[in-house]
Write a protein that binds this ligand. Sequence first.
Ligand code: NAD
Ligand code: ZN
Length: 318
Amino acid sequence: MRRSFFCSHRTLFPRSPESYSPRGRMAPKTSIAEFRELVNKSNRILAVCGAGLSAASGLPTFRGAGGLWRNHEPTSLARPEAFADDPALVWLFYAWRKHMALRANPNRGHYALAKLAMKKDNFLCLTQNVDGLSVRAGHPDSKLRLLHGSILDLECFNKCGYIDRLNLNDPPCPALAAASEDYPPDQTMPLLDPNVPTPKIKVQDLPHCPECKTGLLRPVLCGLDDAMLKGIDDWIEQGPIDLMLEIGTSATVFPAAGYMHEAQNRGAVVAVVNPDPDSAGGLMPDDFFFQGSAAEVLPQLFEGVIGKTDENGDTAPN
Ligand code: NAD
Ligand code: ZN
């Protein structure tokens, strides 16, 4: 299977009850006990995570309230063309997201997934999140693929090959300090108010590549590199998939939506974890729907395998 992707919002497999039959004619299962048995006996498990996994850590989803950033679509700002056009504006957006991500902590959902990954040999987690929280929760690298890159990884926009992983500088450089300011909850941060002009930032004051010296550094986002995609394809093609976890994602962004469809074609039972009842649209009677926050639901679902998880991610065996 070969693809040529970039992160795009294309509704390939719309999740409404009528949209693809016969899924959705009957309600999916909701029994935690029954699901725990399935997790116990499942060998190959694929998880696809979205922004909802990090919602309980205080990071907003794009679909939620305040989806726009200073009247800009976040997905438009993420395009290389936007960076080439106005690197200072796009860097302010990235620097603000990086600050939010570093200020946040992994929640019990991240920890539960990381623990499941340690217990299950044939587990692969594909996350669309760029916040670094799964990595910080200790999810083993070999069982985690960052589909859309990471706000903490920087690469040279000149493509000279320079990469800086897990860069924790906050702000990324002094010129971007406005993006790292903290305001009380009852005050709007000036950077987020489209009526307040952004600070004037010279391009030469933005982070530059230490290797070629000329290129700007930019977070590795939407970096769907061929080697990663091939690795995921290889894993999927190894055989039937027992269980597909669909966690906190609206399942509309490519390529995640495509992987979910492929897992179903390989026989996977689907389990959706999401507070939005519409996200259960189209599930089959053998599938599962757990309505709620991933931070609350995942530790319960995996308890039989990983034990009880506390808010620090520590587990005690049953
Ligand atoms: P999305 O915004 O399209 O959908 C989020 C989903 O999470 C929704 O279905 C919502 O009902 C659900 N949700 C909300 N709170 C939840 C909770 N507590 N527990 C479980 N589910 C919850 O997000 P997406 O599907 O990830 O796709 C949007 C794109 O946005 C992706 O490309 C992703 O990279 C990017 N994004 C990433 C972050 C992050 O890194 N934290 C944040 C926002 C957006
Ligand atoms: Zn360079």
